[in-house]
Design a protein around this ligand. Structure first.
Ligand code: SF4
Ligand code: SF4
Length: 448
């Protein structure tokens, strides 16, 4: 047994209170190497792909653009630019169907097949850059959190002076069933990830750096541990439990501390970045390359050939289905992301964005057909809630539009993980009702 394996054997699996153990269903794609997805005939690049202000278009119809050229400029600090994923002609700047469930502004590009980079994008020697210059390169490259939340990375890299970051955590958990994109990234492109880890550590000047990986990826844990041996980076094997990869649960598992209600990780001196975000940071700083592609798992029993694909941002889901051999059968549900926190889609005419970690196609028989029953007060939802909430009580108030009472029971602390709905024997759609209740609380606050 090698030294890395011995270290692993010594590791105590860390985790958080609550949570659930759904089947991980990663066997469909975990063993499949990342493949480059062929360029589609058209790319629909949404201008709203991140948390914060959407980008504003800065190209015109008929204009030729180069790969990596800015096609949408950032609008404000919590915003990032959007770039052409390949060279080609701008066919339209107009509203197109978006994964968020509405038509939103997008830049439509017809690839010219030459895939020519913009000459303005030049590599740099990170050793000659100040932390501020690195943060600016990350902002210009449009790097956002790639675990799904799509929060601009440069914002997390710029904490206010009164909230210094002491612990930097990299999220390699990928606890959502079916998804294997981060797993494959850790196995196939660990150098890119670790380059980004080092850059983020330098920028934030942190004392402790941890990469957290769920124990169902022993090959990734062994490889990353071996590569980090003799460095200040600690690799932690985490218990296989959903939602282990949710930010607050990961922080709790690694540090034993809790992010205060309504607070941010930086309030307790912690920053969390996804492992694929770290790779994108390295691309931005070292190679000068913006975030125009990502790895996406196309999977589930309703697709013929599951794959881990490196896709260009703006690729239509219909193209991903074609590249994966087409549908095995008519899907009962189309989900962007994983089955627990992903977004259900009505069809395949929406594009993948920077936050698209997966396209999951379930059969009709996989989708729960149970009608909703009465609450039997079994408290399973309470035991499962990783935020220590009373889901059944919050949902009851939300259903009766009693926003103040729902807020009093900490509805706004709900991370919408869906664990409560998953365990409910009466098939009560708790997370949907609580989500509705949260929106009502926010609407009321805005009016006050
Ligand atoms: S109440 Fe919210 S945080 Fe708690 S289990 Fe349900 S969805 Fe998850
Ligand atoms: S799990 Fe369902 S049935 Fe049980 S207490 Fe919660 S809401 Fe009621």
């Amino acid at each position: 047994m090698c030294a890395a394996h011995n270290r692993l054997a010594d590791m105590k699996r860390k985790t958080f209170a609550g949570g659930i153990h759904p089947p991980d269903n990663k066997q469909w794609s975990a063993h499949l190497a990342i493949e480059d997805c062929p360029l589609p005939a058209e790319l629909i690049v949404p201008l709203a792909q991140h948390i914060g202000a959407p980008s504003v278009p800065c190209v015109e119809v008929g204009q030729q653009v180069l790969k990596g050229q800015v096609v949408g400029s950032a609008k404000g600090f919590v915003s990032v630019p959007v770039h052409a994923p390949t060279s080609g002609e701008v066919l339209a700047v107009e509203k197109r169907p978006h994964p968020w469930g509405m038509a939103l502004p997008a830049v439509v590009i017809r690839p010219d097949g030459e895939d020519r980079w913009s000459p303005e994008l030049q590599p740099a020697d990170p050793g000659e850059l100040s932390p501020e210059q690195i943060v600016e390169k990350v902002r210009q490259a449009g790097v956002v959190g790639m675990g799904g939340a799509a929060f601009p990375a440069h914002v997390k890299m710029s904490p206010p002076p009164e909230k210094p970051i002491k612990t930097l955590i990299f999220n390699g958990v990928e606890c959502e069933p079916y998804l294997t994109a981060d797993h494959r990234m850790m196995l196939e492109e660990p150098e890119r990830i670790l380059q980004g880890v080092a850059l983020l550590q330098y920028v934030l000047g942190v004392e402790r750096v941890v990469i957290g990986i769920e124990a169902n990826k022993p090959d990734a844990i062994a490889l990353i541990s071996e590569m980090c041996a003799g460095t200040p980076v600690e690799v932690i094997s985490l218990e296989v439990k959903y939602p282990q990869g949710a930010e607050k649960q990961l922080i709790n598992a690694v540090t034993g501390r809790e992010v205060p209600s309504g607070g941010l990780p930086m309030d307790i001196g912690v920053a969390v970045h996804n492992v694929s975000t770290a790779a994108a940071v390295a691309d931005a700083v070292v190679h000068g390359r913006p975030l125009i592609e990502r790895v996406c798992t196309v999977t589930g029993p309703a697709i013929r050939e599951p794959k881990n694909l490196r896709i260009r941002i703006g690729t239509l889901l219909s193209h991903l289905v074609d590249v994966c051999g087409g549908l095995a059968e008519e899907p009962g549900k189309i989900i962007l992301g994983g089955p627990m926190m992903g977004f259900a889609q009505l069809g395949f005419d929406v594009p993948a964005t920077r936050g698209t970690s997966g396209l999951l196609l379930l059969r009709h028989e996989d989708v729960d057909p149970q009608p909703e029953g009465p609450c039997i007060r079994c408290a399973r939802c309470v035991q499962a809630c990783p935020m220590n909430l009373l889901p059944t009580t919050i949902a009851a108030y939300a259903r009766r539009s009693l926003s103040a009472e729902a807020a009093e029971y900490r509805a706004m602390d709900c991370i919408e993980c869906g664990s409560c709905s998953y365990v409910c024997p009466s098939s009560i759609p708790l997370v949907q009702v609580i989500r509705f209740g949260k929106a009502a609380i926010l609407a009321k606050k805005r009016k006050e």
